[in-house]
Design a protein around this ligand. Structure first.
Ligand code: NAD
Length: 270
């Protein structure tokens, strides 16, 4: 067996929501592995351009592409701009997501819709545009064994119910079955579709869960491995899922969560 090669040499990649947190780390990680990266940002143009510049300063290749993943015309343009810059697309990391938390009886229809629109419909729109580009381009076996690779950033809340966050958990549960159904549908065309389901990762989305020692101590009770995750923990998994080293993996949710899904409440015997 040859040694593992996590080399994405020149593969065009799109990472959505890449101006902060996990998306930022994934964009930088893919670029360090050799991919040419389109850094999608929503409203933080300066942030998106700064990340793209940081990648090129390190010797990588990147462009910044603005747009809202919940809007069909934006997603079509984001992918068109990526293809115009890099010739095609081989890797999509559908990462953009948000929370709008509320007690269920106080949750507005707007809060429900916005979370479903970005976290679930956004993944549908991005994955559809990517699949269309993979099929248009056809096989490039010298680039990758797969016709294309899609990595959905889901959450442990695709399986863990989450009171006060019903819209978010519903969106991530939806991502799980969208991903698996799509993986089943396009496997015969050579497209691999997987999810990464992060546990608690230190990013702006969950700042209040880790920024004080008391909050972090409470959070750590849910994490058997004993530390809060870093965005790079997710980036490393994304590089592997985008590479030929995971070529026989499709339709999988890879939990990168320090054991959060291992029912930590049962550690003391239940
Ligand atoms: P974050 O808030 O730093 O990143 C979310 C990114 O999505 C931001 O850059 C934001 O601008 C972008 N975004 C939001 N709406 C958008 C839209 N309509 N169009 C384009 N981009 C949009 O938080 P993060 O933790 O890095 O979150 C990234 C992903 O990871 C999300 O899907 C989130 O649900 C998921 N996740 C995070 C954690 C965690 O603990 N941090 C755990 C599980 C899952």
């Amino acid at each position: 067996m040859s040694p593992p090669v996590l080399d994405l040499k020149g593969q065009p990649a799109l990472v959505t929501g890449a101006s902060s947190g996990i998306g930022l780390a994934v964009a930088k990680g893919l670029a360090r592995a050799g991919a040419r990266v389109a850094v999608n940002y929503h409203s933080d143009r300066e942030g998106g351009e700064r990340i793209a510049r940081a990648i090129t300063d390190e010797g990588g290749t990147a462009i910044a592409v603005g747009g809202d993943v919940s809007r069909e015309e934006d997603v079509e343009r984001i992918v068109a701009e990526t293809v115009a810059a890099f010739g095609t697309l081989h890797i999509l990391v559908a990462n953009a997501g948000l929370q709008r938390d509320a007690a269920f009886h106080e949750m507005s229809l707007d809060d429900w819709r916005r979370v479903i629109d970005v976290n679930l419909t956004g993944q549908f729109l991005c994955a559809r545009a990517a699949v269309r580009e993979f099929l248009r381009r056809g096989r490039e076996p010298e680039v990758s064994r797969a016709l294309g690779k899609i990595v959905c950033i889901s959450s442990v809340h695709e399986v863990i119910p989450w009171a006060g966050h019903v819209n978010y958990a519903a969106s991530k549960g939806g991502v799980m079955l969208m991903m698996k159904s799509l993986a089943q549908e396009v496997a015969e065309q050579g497209i691999r579709v997987n999810s990464i389901a992060p546990g608690a990762i230190r990013t702006p989305i969950n700042r209040e869960a880790w920024e004080t020692p008391q909050a972090e101590a409470a959070l750590l009770r849910l994490i058997p491995y004993g530390r809060v995750g870093d965005p790079d923990d997710i980036a490393k998994a994304a590089i592997w899922l985008a590479s030929d080293e995971s070529d026989y993996v499709t339709g999988a949710s890879l939990f990168v969560d320090g054991g959060m899904t291992l029912y930590p409440g049962f550690r003391d015997g239940g």
